[in-house]
Design a protein around this ligand. Sequence first.
Ligand code: PLP
Length: 388
Amino acid sequence: MLGNYGQPPVSIVRGNGARAWDDSGREYLDFASGIATLSVGHAHPHWVKRVQEQAAKLAHCSNIFMNENAPRAAEKITSHMHGGKVFFCNSGAEANEALLKLSRLHGMARAGGEEGKIFKVITCENAFHGRLFGTMAATPQEKIQHGFRPLLPNVQVAKLNDIESFRALVDDETAAVILECVQGESGLTPATPEFLRELRALCTEKNVLMLCDEIQCGMGRTGTLYAFEHAGIVPDAFSTAKGLGGGFPIGGVWIKDEFAEYFHAGMHGTTFGGNPLATAAALAVFEIFENEKTLENVNALAPAFRAGLQEVADANPALVLEVRGIGFMSGLKLADAPAPWVAKLREAGLLCVSAGNNVIRLLPPLNATAADCAECVALLKKVFAKRA
Ligand code: PLP
């Protein structure tokens, strides 16, 4: 395989709930959750049943035909949003590419049908929107962009939580702004509700699309189905992926009705998008959320989990500088580089994932138990206590 991942020499072969096992039989508490993807944990019986039954019935038929699951999965999103339309694809970056294409169509509509007049997109410092050509341009990080320039042009960079930096950039050529309500990859930085409300107002005033990337912070991770709900705003469109499939590769976008109309037959598509197997997995995740009150679980357990993380921070003030995040999108800002600590924690039986230069992310499955969270805190205390 291509040497693009730099993986540790650990092969995960099995999982159950918040537990995973490697090929030597070693057990781990999995608070990496496939980078915020295993929303209902490993091998949830309902998810497995849904996927197995669908695999035995019909895995794929392509979008030249309708399938029975895609509209049902879309309806889970549109009913929550009280309207709008959904497009399914296969990954997060692909979903954001659809949002970027939407921004071009919005620009064209605003320019009376002329292409190339209104096309600028504003992204945020430290954003992560993916590694495809459009999304990479909206990911203003040297480590992501280096070697791949020239990028998609006309992507400008403003500062999260600094409305004036957006106001300064929005002009007659601006089609859209795109942002994560909680920045994930760069280290768990939340947008404040006030900032999100101001940005919503600015976008409405200037007829600029507000695009939210809910790929990591959405699907219940912060305790609401979508993170923008904390601010009481509705974006014009958002992207979703990761936790949507509970481990099955699927992405999607939701678009407000008035903007969804821009897309006509033949304007966008993907072979696998919304196939019956992927949308069976997404349906299973939504059904588990409903039947097991999974978001309520996040909201019930997150305060005690954060308090436990705060104890870890208080016991290690020279190492842990801050407890970060919202709900089960949580982590610790360290004084050190995170990678060696992620390795030590793995050796002690806890899987977690680094973010940015100094954060470790603790991303429990959304149906983790109080005991799982307490075990994570205990493992952190044990490992950090051994700091030389
Ligand atoms: N957007 C955000 C906020 C992400 O966290 C990620 C992945 O980490 C992506 C986009 C890209 O998603 P994918 O890796 O599925 O292409």
